[in-house]
Design a protein around this ligand. Sequence first.
Ligand code: SI3
Length: 290
Amino acid sequence: MSKSSVLIFGKTNACRPGLSKCVRCVETVNGTTGEGLSLNIQERKQLAEEWIHQGKDKLDHVIIHVGALSLPESQELARHAAAIGASGIAVIAPFFFRPANKDELTAFLQKIASEAPEVPFYYYHIPSLTGVKIRVEELLDGIKEQIPTFQGVKFSDTDLLDLAQCINKNEREQFAFLYGVDEQLLSALAIGANGAVGSTYNYLGRKTNLMLQAFAKPDLALARKYQFLTGEFLNFVIKLGFGVAQTKAVMTFVSGIPMGPPRLPLVDASEEFIIKAKAKLDSIIWPDGD
Ligand SMILES: CC(=O)N[C@@H]([C@@H](O)[C@H](O)[C@H](O)CO)[C@@H](O)CC(=O)C(=O)O
């Protein structure tokens, strides 16, 4: 089964040798790219176990997404993630019967977080897929009292006003904001996001690391150059039809590791897509050798 998305984490802790300064390797498992919601509970556990095993001594953190429509299933996955030593759990909002307000959403999240009381908890905000548009800024109000393990938000939304308000209110810097719209990461960094989770880092990770370095310098013109490369690729493939299935095809031809077919209703990327996307990516990755 397929890989999930890589997270590039620009926090202040010690850096590992071989990585650019302050970039940490974190894997988020069973999220969107990994089609976690299309897997059964056994498959999700198996994938989580494998990532914890394979990531030992290689990854700084492995965060397992344990969100599900069924609360008991989600709780079971949270307990399992804790038992296998996950460094964090993440949960999306339920998306069939949706919470109507912040209190209902918090109550749902709390019931899951409390099953893993030692494990840092992240809310995975991805309204384009869940349809739950409750503003994160509102959700954060008093969240620590309800969910003591609350650690931050995987923020996969283009609403930078909401993100900015979250960061503005996070005076004690107790929460992490991991941004999930790769083509807008530079804007989110400027506002104060302190990490990123995304699918393109599986194949444009080096360019993104270079962007992070340029941003840290700061050399904004150079940072923009790298951000625009991700944008140029996405802009190209979106016109061909782009989603998780196509992401997997790109990850397969870049890494040589077969990601496996997507699960219905997603269908495999076409040969035409693969040829065009590969040519485009080659033209982006290789010109200057970095
Ligand atoms: C809707 C979606 O798939 N969003 C991606 C982005 O990385 C996205 O592919 C990228 O920004 C291109 O639009 C991530 O936020 C998803 C993600 O991190 C995950 O796999 O959990």
